[in-house]
Design a protein around this ligand. Sequence first.
Ligand SMILES: Cc1cc2nc3c(=O)[nH]c(=O)nc-3n(C[C@H](O)[C@H](O)[C@H](O)COP(=O)(O)OP(=O)(O)OC[C@H]3O[C@@H](n4cnc5c(N)ncnc54)[C@H](O)[C@@H]3O)c2cc1C
Length: 247
Amino acid sequence: MRNVCVVGGGVAGLAASIFTARAGLDTIVIDGGESILARNASLENYPGFPDGVDARRYLQLTREQASNAGAEFELGRVTHVEPVDETDLEQGFVLETEGGEPLEARRVIAASWSDSEYLVPLDVGRIKRGSKHFVDTDEGGRTAVDGVYAAGRLAEEPHQAIVAAGHGAKVGLAVIHDSDANFYHDWVAPEGYFTGRGREVPPGCEEIDDAERRERDERARERMLEAFAEPLDERPTMHPSVERNED
Ligand SMILES: Cc1cc2nc3c(=O)[nH]c(=O)nc-3n(C[C@H](O)[C@H](O)[C@H](O)COP(=O)(O)OP(=O)(O)OC[C@H]3O[C@@H](n4cnc5c(N)ncnc54)[C@H](O)[C@@H]3O)c2cc1C
């Protein structure tokens, strides 16, 4: 049984998994296809990229970051979720995927814009607006079912990547809070920041000395130089109805 299963490896799901995995929760991300951000032609309003970034490159790097944090990945569309024991939600949930083996997780984060059909058996509180379904949540992404959360656009957050990422992170933090993980903040601080005041380094935080800081910076710069050295071959995914018209 995993601690966390994130359904959807798009913007919100990846951000959530970075936080839960870094907090030491055994995290798996199941992704059934492609983030809607792969349709973007140039991502220009995501903080940190002054002249924008190729959205597909952003997704690749974020996936790599989640994997570096310890999250595992599985490809497949989740089709059904139900409690292991209907009388005791503490026992977690069983998730079925198209063609894959069923998987068990104590907590589920639904970050699967725009599909939430698999949640129907749980009665989490889906809201229909036009042709779309959203999932009703509290501040931390908690649904009406204990242990089931929703993140990103599926939780009716504004349709922007930075909002989806921020919401994913917030839901990840709610999951950490609700679990047994010993956690204060996910911070990397300079050596002495806490200990220099006679305080213990709080759980989730880390103090690093200057040599380690430089080493990490060098590694990060090398990776980014390599990642951005060449343009990507992949082109934005066109809207399916436009593609149909082209046939
Ligand atoms: C043409 C276009 C351009 C855009 N341009 C911008 C922009 O410039 N700036 C900006 O901020 N935002 C932009 N957006 C919006 C942005 O892409 C979304 O707001 C953001 O991707 C939402 O993140 P999310 O994680 O909620 O959903 P997504 O990123 O779409 O992730 C959802 C993931 O869930 C997976 N999934 C779905 N169902 C299942 C299932 N049953 N089982 C397993 N996995 C499943 C999907 O395959 C996908 O990977 C654009 C969107 C479009 C369509």
